[in-house]
Design a protein around this ligand. Structure first.
Ligand SMILES: O=C(O)CCC(=O)C(=O)O
Length: 273
């Protein structure tokens, strides 16, 4: 699970203009984000529910290509897969995906996703990590959690996630569950629920076609469910944080010079490298 502690070392806007002299807002503009990239209805849905499904952001061929690459990396990395950030029994986990294939860069470049991050996190934010998770047959149940330790004031969000569906998410294959509106509850499920693994009366299952990206405010209570099928259920987690916070995976340390050299200035701002 992703949980990051607060790291209050800088004012929120410090770092908005980085070494390349470009602010996050300027980078967003370069990457094609404008005020109306998300519709007013989409923004209102995200504000109210704490999540927003965006269908068809990847074509079927793109999703299949990423899933194939996912499997190759699992094979190559073997027991080390995911260890840069987190390993989880019953799943394949991968980390540091920006460095591992240029095709994953869509997760830091898609205007709709970046517009949603801007809406939740404000004018200065960056990627925290890009990880992969596949729930294996008969596995994958997680307790409800927020990707943040402790409680927050409603509206004062630190982190926001995007889950990129590389499989259809169905009722039976371990689709992510979320509790709509819980981002503004002022509570944290790990501290405030008696049994975070139990079904929650208000939970909804995020069933959708592969190629969909579901944005979820990471303070929204969520978790993987049990995969009751014979096939793994694949997703990527493009996890973002306010710019004054520590990244889950320090991109300056984890990206090779070769990768950094191939990124555009705007992408480098999003990665803070
Ligand atoms: O992959 C999923 O369905 C959600 C995973 C998740 O919330 C986590 O690993 O923290």
């Amino acid at each position: 699970m992703i949980e990051v502690e607060r790291h209050n070392t800088a004012a929120h806007l410090e770092g908005a203009r980085d070494g390349r002299g470009m602010t996050t807002l300027e980078a967003l503009s370069e990457l094609g984000v404008s005020e109306d990239t998300l519709s007013e209805d989409e923004k209102a849905y995200l504000d109210k529910n704490g999540y927003l499904p965006l269908e068809g952001l990847l074509s079927e061929a793109e999703a299949d290509g990423l899933r194939q690459r996912f499997d190759e990396l699992v094979e190559v990395e073997g027991e080390d897969a995911g260890k840069e950030v987190h390993q989880e029994a019953g799943t394949y986990r991968l980390s540091n995906l920006i460095d591992k294939d240029e095709r994953f860069w869509i997760c830091i470049s898609h205007p709709k996703v970046l517009a949603a991050m801007h809406h939740v996190l404000g004018d200065a934010f960056k990627l925290s990590s890009l990880n992969g998770r596949a729930a294996l047959p008969g596995q994958g149940l997680q307790g409800l959690h927020a990707d943040w330790k402790g409680r927050i004031e409603p509206g004062d969000y630190y982190v926001c996630n995007s889950i990129w569906l590389l499989s259809d998410f169905t009722k039976r294959n371990g689709a992510t569950r979320v509790v709509p509106g819980s981002h503004d509850s002022g509570m944290n499920p790990r501290e405030d629920l008696e049994d975070p693994s139990a079904d929650h009366p208000d939970q909804v299952l995020l069933t959708a076609k592969k190629g969909t990206v579901v944005i979820f405010n990471s303070h929204t209570w969520h978790g993987g469910t049990l995969n009751q099928t014979d096939h793994p259920r694949y997703g990527l987690h493009g996890y973002y944080t306010r710019r004054d916070q520590k990244q889950q995976m320090d991109q300056k340390v984890s990206l090779s010079a070769e990768t950094v050299g191939r990124l555009s200035d705007a992408q480098r701002v999003i990665l803070d490298v």
